[in-house]
Design a protein around this ligand. Structure first.
Ligand code: KG4
Ligand code: ZN
Length: 333
């Protein structure tokens, strides 16, 4: 079964063709660069960019498969969570495509997409599927959810951020350090030259055993940078490395605890922040179960992960699928 899948929930325009929910035939992604000027995403600008980019990207994705729409069995798109204008562009485009070609439309929860990115592969032979149940950490620019995936599409929320998402904290601290946007990869690069123990940050401890909070860390970084500025040039690499170490340890501690306290067979990561190599290493160090992490280009938003999630939503609990566009849409209750 070949799906054409569309992702436009934030600032990446993605269209992919995925076979049987796992094999990527083509996956075209354009990251919007217009937001660099503003240092953050302007929702209206994002929606207009998707509108401009989507059709050429869909054509490019199809072209690479060597077939046309006749070779596609269904059309999928992210319907939430995300920026409402951005979501509407992608979901309406996909719906129009499905309607005009007489194929089914499949609405997808973006967060399920980040989880199912772990099922994707590009070249044969197919790697083994992740074994369930699993503990899954979805960390992106808008979410930091720790979930127990009991079976396909059965998610139980263990913990989440009570304020900023991990990616948001990365982006804010990167801006503070004058590194640019999006901040995660820039902090990671700067951190390679820095001492992760240069500045000890306090880690927030919360009542919710698996919850996290990053707003205190963000404020502490702000205070530290202001103090350092008074003394001379800010040691950007040391601040970046210390911040990255703190945030990664906070996430890794919770993942390791969740893996130890639940009878699971796998630990999985997903979302843009999961492309952080230091985070993977920190988790791998603490967890003895098989750890699955998509390659970096499948951690950040892309169409292929939506195709994977769409396929598995046809196989499992098909009646429980989102159809309408929503800015909020939890992965699990
Ligand atoms: O999943 P994603 O592409 O979009 C959302 O669904 O939000 O995640 C984007 C987020 C941004 O906040 C970005 O700074 C962060 O992921 N990110 C990283 C890295 N690459 C992207 N954070 C830490 N380290 C990275 N290497
Ligand atoms: Zn995402």
């Amino acid at each position: 079964m070949r799906l054409l899948s569309v992702e436009t929930s934030c600032d990446e325009t993605g269209v992919a063709i995925v076979e049987d929910g796992r094999r990527i035939i083509s996956n075209v992604v354009a990251s919007q660069t217009v937001h660099e000027k503003t240092g953050g995403i302007v929702p209206e600008v994002a929606a207009r960019e998707h509108l401009r980019q989507l059709d050429p990207i869909a054509r490019a994705a199809l072209e690479r498969t060597g077939t046309d729409l006749a070779g596609i069995d269904a059309v999928a798109a992210t319907v939430g969570p995300g920026l409402i204008g951005a979501l509407l562009v992608g979901a309406n485009y996909a719906r129009g495509l499905a309607f005009s070609t007489g194929k089914p439309f499949i609405g997808v929860n973006h967060l399920e997409g980040h989880v199912y990115a772990n099922w994707l592969y590009e070249t044969e032979p197919a790697p083994a599927e992740p074994e369930l149940p699993a503990v899954v950490l979805v960390v992106s620019g808008a979410h930091s959810d720790l979930v127990l995936m009991e079976d396909h599409r059965r998610f139980h929320l263990l913990g989440r951020t009570i304020d900023d998402a991990a990616g948001e904290a990365y982006d804010k601290v990167a801006r503070l350090l004058g590194l640019g946007f999006p901040g995660g990869p820039l902090i990671e690069r700067a951190a390679r030259e820095g001492d992760p123990k240069a500045f000890p940050f306090t880690k927030a401890e919360l009542d919710g055993r698996y919850d996290v909070s990053f707003s205190g860390l963000k404020t502490a970084a702000l205070r530290l940078v202001r103090e350092l500025e008074k003394k001379g040039p800010v040691p950007v690499a040391d601040v970046a490395a210390s911040f990255q170490r703190t945030i990664n340890e906070m996430l890794a501690e919770r993942v390791a605890r969740a893996a130890a306290e639940h009878a699971v067979r796998t630990v999985m990561l997903g979302g843009g922040v999961a492309s952080n190599l230091a985070l993977r290493e920190e988790i791998a160090r603490r967890v003895s179960l098989p750890l699955r992490v998509p390659p970096p280009k499948l951690c950040i938003d892309n169409g292929a992960m939506i195709g994977a999630a769409a396929f598995f939503s046809l196989q499992h609990r098909a009646s429980d699928r989102p159809t309408l566009v929503r800015s909020t849409m939890p992965l699990a209750g």
